[in-house]
Design a binder for this molecule. Structure first.
Ligand code: ADP
Length: 840
C-alpha cells in the first residue's frame, strides 16, 4: 500500500500539475501498491489520470479489481477528514464500506462495460466522523484500454446536498404558508366573531365570514365597497376611523359602541352595541392594502348587564329598607344559610359579638364565638326547619361577656324560595334576662312570705287554743296575716305588670386613644347623647350631657380607667343635646394596650337602660313602700311578743313559753328581712345614708357575736380577741355587715361546725374575716354572690331561705366606706368572707 511521504523523484510527463492531489500522487511510493510504478500504468490509466489532474470537476478513478483510487483536488472535500488521505492509492471497497452495498453492484456493472449515472443520488457517507445524508449528481463510466478492455471506472461526481436541502426547506416553507393560510381562512370562516377583510383604498369586502354576515342579514356585502354596502356609516365617526386605519396603519379598538343599524338596506335602524377591532393588512412589501375587521355584537350582554344593574339596585334598596328596620331594634336579627353560616346579622348582634359585618358574615356559629353545645343546638334546629318547614321558638341561657348570665327568647323561621323549599332560616332573639330575674325574685319573695304566713298561722292557732290571754295578740297576728296576704297579692299583681317590662339593649360603642384622647364613637352612641349621627362628639361634650350630680363621678371614673387602668362600669343619667330627653345609660369599658406599646385603647359600650332603670326605680319604690307598711304592725307585734315572753317566763306552762319564744325568733327574722328590703330600696334610691362616728371595731364584733348566740346554739362561734381597733364608720351598718356574714356562715354550714371570726390590722386597714366549714362556693359563684338577688342554686341551697340581698347590701356598705369585701372559698370545704376598712 503506497503512503505519502516516500518522496519519489521520478518525473512522469503525465503526472505534472494537478494541485495538491497531483503532488500527493507523485510523492507516494508506488512500488508497494498493487497499481505499481506509474511508469507501468496502462496508457488508458495514464491518459485518464492526466485528464483528471487538469479538470476542475470532481473526478475519482478506481482501477483494477480492487478499485485502487486516485482523485483530484475537486474531489478531495467529498472524502472529508475521515477518508482522506488513506483513500488515495487505497481500495474503494474499504473507503466506501458504509455504502458499498449501494455502489458495489454499480461498479461491477461498469466493469462489464456499462455506464451508470443518477442525479441527486443520496448516500449516507461517513466523511467527518459521523453518517450524513449526502446527495450527488454522478456518472460512472468504464475506462477502456486500446484493446477495448475495461480496466477501471471514471467517477465524475458533483455534490448537490446543499441544493437539495435548500429545495426541501423551500418546499416545507411553502407548505407551511399554504396550511397557515388555510387555517386562517377556516378560522375566519368559523370564528364566532364577525370577521371581514376590506380590500384596497375603496375598502371593498373581500372576505366576509358567516358570523359577520349574520350581523347584517340580507345585506349584500362581498365585492362591494363598505360605504356603498352600509351607507348608514357614511359621515359617522366610524368612516373617519376606517380611513385613518387604512392611511396610517394604526390599529383601532372600541368596546360596546352604540350603532343604530338596519337589518336590510333602507330598513328601520335598531340600537345595537358592538365591540370592534380594525387592523391594517399589509402586502409583501409591507404596504397597507386592506383592513382586517373583527366585530362582536354585545347587545345581548349589554341588556343582561342593564337587567343585572336594575336587579341589583332593587335588591340594594330592599336591603336598605330591611337594614333600616333591623338596625334600629335591640333584638338580635340574623339569617342562616342551610350550611349554618350567617348570611346576615344586624347591628345589635354584631355589637354583641364585638365583630364587624366583614369578619362575621359567611362564618358559622362556632367561628362567631358560640359554644359547641349552643352551635349544635341551632344547627339541629336549622335541619329541623329545613325538614318540617315549620318555625321553632325557644329559650336559651348563656353567659354574656359583660352582662353575666342572660336569658334569651328566640324564634327561627324558614325563608322559602320560589319552589317553596326552605332556602334560609331567619331568626330574632330577644334578651329577656331582666324579666326572668324579676319573675324569679318575686316568686321567691312570695314563697318566703307564704311560708312565714303559714308558720305564723300555726303559731297563732296554738296560742289561741291554749291561752285566752293571747286572744288580743291573736287578733293582732290575724291582722298581720291579712296584711301579709294583701302584700302578697300586691306583689303578684305587680309581677304581672313587671312581666310586661321587656327592656332593650341597644349598644353604642366608643374608642379612646389614651395619648391623643381621640374619641371615636358610633352613630348609636351619639344618638344616646342626643347628637346627630354626623355631628362630631368629643369626650368633654359627652360629659356635658351627663346630669350635674353624676358628671364629676363619671369623669373621675373615666380618667381613672384610662390612666390608672381602673374598672369602668358606670350608670348615669344623660339629657340628650337636641332631643332634651332623659336617658339612663350604663357604660362598660375596657383598657387594652396597643400592640405597639405606644398607647392604650380604651374601648367599650353604652347601653340605654332607661326602661330598666325606671322599672327598677318603680320596683324599689314598691318594695320600699311595702316594707315600710309592714314595719309599723311588725313593731307593735315585736313589742307584744316581748311583753308576752316576759310574762310567760314565770308561767309553768312550758308549751306556751316555748311557743312564744318561737314567735319571738320568727318576728325577729321577719324584721331583719324587712329591714333588708328597706335598705335595698334606700340604697337604690340613693337614700342610704352613712353616718360615721368613731368606735372600737373589736367591741362591735363581740356585741354582734353575743346577740347571735342568744338565738343560735347550733354552731360553735370562736373569736380571737385582737387589740382595740378604732375606726370611723357607720356603727350600725358595719354591725349589720358582720351580722350578715355570721348568719350566712351559720346558714350555709352544717350544725355543730365551727365558725372562726378574726380581726387584724394589715397595713393601714382593719380586716375582719368570718370563716366557716360549710358548703363553700364554686369559682364561678365567688364574685357573683355580691350581686343583687344572686343566689347559688344547688340541691344544698334550695331549702335555705334567703333573697340574695345580704351580701349585696354588705358590699355596698363596705364600698361606701372605701373598703373592700371578698371571699376565699373552696367548694365542699368552706368559705372565708373578708372585709377591710381604712383606719383613717
Ligand atoms: P341569701 O343568703 O339571703 O341568699 P346573701 O346575699 O347573703 O343572700 O348570699 C348570697 C348567696 O351567697 C347565698 O344565696 C349563698 O348561695 C351564697 N353564700 C353566702 N354566704 C355563704 C357561705 N358562708 N357559704 C356558702 N355560700 C354562701
Amino acid at each position: 500500500m503506497g503512503q505519502p511521504g516516500h518522496a519519489s523523484n521520478i518525473n512522469y510527463p503525465f503526472l505534472t500539475g494537478g494541485g495538491e492531489m497531483g503532488a500527493l500522487i507523485r510523492s507516494i511510493d508506488w512500488s508497494a501498491n498493487p497499481l505499481g510504478e506509474p511508469s507501468g500504468w496502462s496508457p488508458a490509466l495514464q491518459q485518464t489520470v492526466s485528464m483528471m489532474l487538469t479538470t476542475s470537476f470532481p473526478v475519482l478513478i478506481c482501477w483494477g479489481e480492487n478499485y485502487i483510487q486516485l482523485y483530484n483536488d475537486a474531489f478531495r472535500p467529498i472524502n472529508g477528514e475521515t477518508k482522506h488521505p488513506q483513500a488515495m492509492g487505497g481500495s474503494a471497497k474499504a473507503t466506501y464500506a458504509e455504502i458499498w452495498e449501494q455502489i458495489g453492484p454499480m461498479f461491477q456493472s461498469v466493469m462489464q462495460g456499462q455506464t451508470v449515472g443518477f442525479p441527486n443520488f443520496m448516500v449516507p457517507l461517513d466523511r467527518n466522523g459521523y453518517l450524513e445524508d449526502c446527495y450527488f449528481d454522478f456518472s460512472y463510466s468504464p475506462i477502456r484500454d486500446s484493446k477495448g478492455v475495461t480496466g477501471g471506472i471514471l467517477v465524475i461526481c458533483v455534490e448537490t446536498t446543499e441544493k437539495v436541502k435548500a429545495i426541501s426547506q423551500a418546499e416545507q416553507a411553502q407548505a407551511a404558508v399554504a396550511s397557515q393560510r388555510d387555517r386562517l381562512t377556516s378560522f375566519f370562516m368559523q370564528a364566532p366573531a364577525g370577521v371581514c377583510i376590506l380590500d384596497g383604498p375603496q375598502l371593498v369586502y373581500e372576505l366576509v365570514n358567516p358570523a359577520y354576515q349574520e350581523l347584517l342579514p340580507g345585506r349584500k356585502l362581498l365585492g362591494r365597497p363598505i360605504f356603498e354596502a352600509l351607507p348608514e356609516l357614511v359621515a359617522t365617526p366610524l368612516q373617519e376611523v376606517l380611513l385613518n386605519v387604512y392611511n396610517t396603519g394604526a390599529p383601532f379598538e372600541i368596546n360596546e359602541l352604540l350603532i343604530p343599524v338596519a337589518e336590510y338596506e333602507g330598513g328601520p335602524t335598531q340600537n345595537r352595541y358592538f365591540s370592534f377591532t380594525y387592523q391594517a393588512r399589509r402586502d409583501v412589501n409591507n404596504k397597507i392594502d386592506g383592513i382586517l375587521v373583527f366585530v362582536f355584537e354585545v347587545t345581548a350582554m349589554k341588556n343582561v348587564q342593564e337587567d343585572l344593574r336594575e336587579a341589583r339596585e332593587q335588591s340594594d334598596q330592599q336591603k336598605r329598607v330591611y337594614e333600616a328596620i333591623s338596625s334600629g331594634t335591640p333584638d338580635l336579627m340574623y339569617v342562616f344559610d342551610l350550611d349554618y353560616r350567617f348570611t346576615y346579622a344586624n347591628n345589635a348582634l354584631l355589637s354583641m359579638w364585638g365583630k364587624t359585618e366583614e369578619n362575621a358574615i359567611g362564618k358559622g356559629l362556632l367561628e362567631n364565638g358560640y359554644e359547641p353545645w349552643h352551635a349544635e343546638m341551632h344547627e339541629r334546629e336549622i335541619d329541623q326547619i329545613k325538614n318540617t318547614k315549620q318555625p321553632i321558638r325557644g329559650e336559651v341561657s348563656f353567659p354574656h361577656a359583660i352582662l353575666g348570665k342572660r336569658v334569651y327568647d328566640y324564634i327561627l323561621t324558614p325563608v322559602f324560595n320560589e319552589l317553596s323549599e326552605v332556602a334560609a332560616v331567619a331568626g330574632i332573639t330577644r334578651d329577656v334576662s331582666e324579666r326572668k330575674q324579676l319573675e324569679e325574685t318575686l316568686a321567691n319573695s312570695s314563697e318566703e312570705l307564704q311560708a312565714i304566713n303559714e308558720e305564723m298561722a300555726t303559731t297563732n292557732e296554738e296560742m289561741a287554743a291554749s291561752n285566752e290571754e293571747l286572744t288580743a295578740t291573736n287578733e293582732e297576728l290575724a291582722f298581720v296575716n291579712q296584711q301579709l296576704l294583701e302584700a302578697q297579692q300586691k306583689i303578684e299583681e305587680s309581677e304581672t305588670a313587671l312581666r310586661l317590662a321587656i327592656e332593650a339593649a341597644n349598644f353604642g360603642t366608643w374608642f379612646i386613644h389614651s395619648e391623643t384622647r381621640e374619641f371615636i364613637t358610633d352613630a348609636r352612641l351619639k344618638e344616646l347623647f342626643g347628637y346627630y349621627p354626623d355631628e362630631a362628639l368629643s369626650i368633654e361634650q359627652a360629659l356635658a350631657q351627663i346630669t350635674e350630680e353624676y358628671r364629676g363621678y363619671v369623669a373621675n371614673k373615666l380618667e381613672n380607667a384610662i390612666y390608672r387602668n381602673g374598672d369602668y362600669d358606670v350608670t348615669y343619667p344623660v339629657i340628650g343635646l337636641h332631643d332634651n330627653q332623659l336617658r339612663w345609660l350604663r357604660a362598660v369599658g375596657n383598657l387594652k394596650a396597643d400592640p405597639s406599646g405606644a398607647f392604650s385603647a380604651f374601648t367599650g359600650m353604652v347601653m340605654d337602660i332607661t326602661e330598666q332603670k325606671q322599672d327598677e326605680m318603680r320596683k324599689n319604690d314598691f318594695i320600699g313602700m311595702v316594707s315600710h307598711e309592714l314595719k309599723t304592725p311588725l313593731t307593735s307585734l315585736t313589742a307584744i311578743v316581748q311583753v308576752a315572753n316576759q310574762k310567760l317566763k314565770s308561767n309553768e306552762d312550758s308549751f306556751l313559753a316555748g311557743a312564744m319564744e318561737k314567735a319571738g325568733v320568727q318576728v325577729k327574722r321577719m324584721s331583719n328581712m324587712i329591714n333588708g328590703f328597706l335598705n335595698v330600696s334606700r340604697l337604690e334610691s340613693a337614700k342610704l345614708v352613712i353616718e360615721k362616728r368613731e368606735f372600737n371595731l373589736e367591741d362591735l364584733i363581740e356585741e354582734t357575736i353575743k346577740e347571735t348566740e342568744l338565738t343560735v346554739s347550733s354552731h360553735v362561734i370562736k373569736f380571737e380577741p385582737c387589740n382595740p381597733v378604732m375606726i370611723k364608720a357607720d356603727h350600725d351598718k358595719i354591725g349589720s355587715v358582720i351580722t350578715n356574714l355570721i348568719s350566712n356562715a351559720i346558714k350555709y354550714s352544717p350544725k355543730g361546725k365551727e365558725i372562726d371570726i378574726k380581726c387584724e390590722i394589715i397595713g393601714d386597714r382593719a380586716q375582719v374575716s368570718v370563716k366557716d366549714e360549710g358548703m363553700g362556693l364554686k369559682p364561678q359563684d365567688k364574685d357573683r354572690v355580691f350581686e343583687r338577688y344572686y343566689r347559688v342554686e344547688t340541691n344544698g341551697t334550695q331549702h335555705i331561705s334567703g333573697f340574695g340581698i345580704g351580701l349585696y347590701l354588705s358590699a355596698e356598705i363596705i364600698h361606701r366606706h372605701d373598703g373592700e369585701i371578698w371571699v376565699d372559698s373552696e367548694s365542699g370545704v368552706g368559705s372565708t368572707f373578708h372585709f377591710s376598712l381604712p383606719l383613717h
